[in-house]
Ligand binder design. Structure first.
Ligand code: NAP
Length: 280
């Protein structure tokens, strides 16, 4: 059964497994160019009500996210900032250093969520040990992973003290990762949908178009809403003000269970990013 979220709004949160509240909608900034473009996108998003930004060391725009946050004047405690540990920084000591470097670039005292960006073989166990230390020291309020399959999660849970709060993975109707979602829900791991718009590549799909029309919403709004009703945290990216606003106007309609299932059935295992399936 899909979740009905009729009474939720842009500031609504989910509770992570350690009690931290995380806004269900965030702005992604992958491939958002640094300096003015990132600063303007984040500033505009915060102006129209977003309270959550998803960046990463490898996106090269952490400093600009930090700048926009400061310029917004919004109290730090009201914002949720995620960044990620890049692959070449994995390992125990280098993870500790990478987190401090991200904090420095962002100009923040703590992160809300720090994610292991990818399950890099051999080093990911040591990286997670350092993530646990960062959590304990209060450098981040929650720790999680990204691009982890069930197998990677099982391995991690089997050898760790702290179960990840979240797994950020590619997730949209054309990549409906039902088994992974079920597994994470059972373990209390929140799933976060990246590329929730399938990077814009399926917005003209006829079923997306006809259902969007039925609810008098845009294809992008329909896809974001599907993710929210499937219980995901959703982080669409745009650099354009009108789209950043459009992508946030997803709290005034409810997709019926039948239509949620119709969207589920669009799955074609479409991966538009890296595929961790065979990573040992
Ligand atoms: N952990 C990971 O490995 C990983 C991997 C990929 C992404 N992510 C995160 O997830 C975020 C979102 O994923 P994504 O950037 O890959 O893709 P996405 O959000 O699915 O789609 C972004 C694309 O859709 C366009 N778009 C946005 N809103 C639109 C609208 N309302 N109507 C029409 N087109 C629209 C954007 O163009 P314009 O900008 O020109 O509007 C851009 O080309 C990233 O920014 C990043 O934070 C994480």
């Amino acid at each position: 059964m899909a979740t009905s979220m009729a009474n939720l709004d842009i500031e609504s949160t989910v509770r992570l497994n350690n009690g931290v509240q995380m806004p269900v909608l965030g702005l992604g900034v992958y491939q958002t160019p640094p300096e003015r473009v990132t600063q303007n996108a984040v500033k505009f998003a915060l102006k129209v009500g977003y309270r959550h930004v998803d960046t990463a060391r490898i996106y090269g725009n952490e400093a600009d996210v930090g700048e926009a946050i400061r310029e917004s004047g919004i109290p730090r405690k009201d914002l949720f900032v995620t960044t990620k540990l890049w692959n070449s920084n994995q390992g125990y000591d280098s993870t500790l250093r990478a987190c401090e470097a991200s904090l420095m670039r962002l100009g923040l005292d703590y992160l809300d969520l720090y994610l292991v960006h990818f399950p890099v073989p051999d080093v990911r166990k040591e990286s997670w040990r350092a993530m646990e230390v960062l959590l304990k020291k209060g450098r981040c309020r929650a720790i999680g992973v990204s691009n982890f399959t069930i197998r990677h999660l099982e391995e991690l849970i089997g050898e760790s003290h702290v179960i990840p709060s979240l797994n950020q993975v590619e997730f949209h109707p054309f990549l409906y990762q039902k088994e992974l979602l079920k597994y994470c829900q059972k373990q209390g791991i929140q799933v976060e949908a990246y590329s929730p718009l399938a990077r814009g590549e399926r917005l003209k799909h006829p079923r997306i178009g006809s259902l969007a029309e039925k609810y008098a919403k845009t294809p992008a709004q329909l896809m974001i809403r599907w993710g929210l009703q499937r219980g995901l945290v959703v982080i669409p990216k745009s650099t354009r003000e009108e789209r950043i606003r459009e992508n946030s106007q997803v709290f005034d309609f409810d997709i019926s269970d039948d239509d949620i299932r119709s969207l589920d059935s669009l799955n074609e295992d479409l991966r538009l990013n890296w595929d961790p399936t065979n990573v040992t």
